[in-house]
Design a protein around this ligand. Structure first.
Ligand SMILES: [Zn+2]
Length: 325
């Protein structure tokens, strides 16, 4: 019970405190890739802790024996002992409901999020193949349209799209910056990152962590792609390119170079560049790794300790069992 309570408390604290502490943090804009990882890790850690809390209530842990027969006997006896009492059975049932509800909800929302996106992208790709013009030199599809716009349709059959309006508005360096931005989205699979964040936000819309993570990740993937473009073409050139295509429209299922965050991103590129130091990036990465490991350590620590003990039946069922709920 202590392990389950600890895991559940950890998940609640993560879901409520982390978004307050991290939302809009300056360091995430200075190291957007680390920021994306941290938001992803926090969500995964909270989810894992909630599921493990349910499992810890449902399945009692027994001391491990090298003798398989003894181990199985211990497992059966532990389960029998737990579910013999009304309180133990109720706790076990509640834990099973919690774990299954969390996993089922995530699986359902993943399907509800991904399938429509995949269908819309497939349809838009078919339209592009009909009305667009392939530019094999640049590796893009050119659309005849006066509005300057650039976007990519990620996935297995990816397309990078640019309008004739954008080709007329951008010089060669700016065009290279825009294309580098779109290629960064594709290379780092920002579509998958966003889809996972949308899935969790959709599954648990009232939980601040997942709601905030979706917004923050959407902002940070754009900044990360801007940084890749700036490495290729320079920060001021990238800012000018963003300004040129900022007003361009793109399908909702695409990743555009412009978009609603363009103004803030242009300011960020113009302001003096202050990348996070390697020491702070290492510290942030370590913190993320610890956050990811905490639920596993909480439930794995007592289990590991139990493996050091031999299970020796002494005829007293209560003495043979170590429950770690
Ligand atoms: Zn973008």
């Amino acid at each position: 019970m202590i392990v389950a309570a600890a895991l559940f408390t950890y998940a609640v604290l993560l879901c409520t405190l982390a978004p307050r502490l991290l939302r809009g943090a300056d360091w995430t804009e200075r190291a957007p890739r680390l920021g994306i990882v941290v938001w992803q890790v926090l969500g995964a850690s909270a989810l894992t802790a909630a599921v493990l809390a349910g499992l810890a209530l449902t399945v009692p842990t027994v001391r491990v024996s090298a003798d398989l027969a003894e181990l199985l006997q211990a497992c059966v006896m532990a389960l029998t002992a737990q579910y013999a009492s009304p309180g133990g059975a109720a706790a076990g049932a509640a834990g099973a409901v919690l774990a299954l509800a969390v996993l089922g909800r995530v699986a359902w929302c993943a399907g509800a999020t991904l399938l429509p996106i995949r269908g819309e992208r497939r349809e838009h790709r078919a339209v592009l193949d009909m009305v667009g013009r392939a530019d094999p030199v640049r590796g893009v599809v050119v659309l005849d349209h006066d509005e300057p716009a650039a976007y990519c349709l990620p996935g297995r059959h990816r397309r990078t799209v640019i309008t004739t309006g954008a080709l007329h508005s951008l010089d060669e360096d700016q065009l290279a910056a825009v294309l580098a931005h779109e290629h960064a989205h594709q290379a780092e699979r920002h579509d998958a990152v966003l889809a996972w964040a949308q899935t969790l936000s959709r599954a648990f819309p009232r939980i601040p962590l997942f709601r905030t993570a979706e917004m923050e990740i959407a902002r940070l993937v754009e900044m990360r792609a801007d940084d890749v473009a700036a490495d290729r073409a320079g920060r001021l050139t990238t800012a000018a390119a963003l300004l040129a295509v900022a007003g361009g429209h793109a399908p909702a299922v695409a990743l555009a170079a412009g978009g609603s965050t363009a103004a803030r991103r242009v300011r960020r590129l113009i302001e003096p560049h202050r990348p996070l130091s390697r020491a702070r990036i290492a510290a942030g990465s370590l913190t993320a790794a610890v956050a990811l490991a905490v639920p596993l350590l909480v439930i794995g620590g007592p289990a590991a300790a139990a493996t050091q003990l031999n299970y020796c039946p002494d005829g007293t069922p209560a003495a043979q069992l170590t429950t770690m709920r």
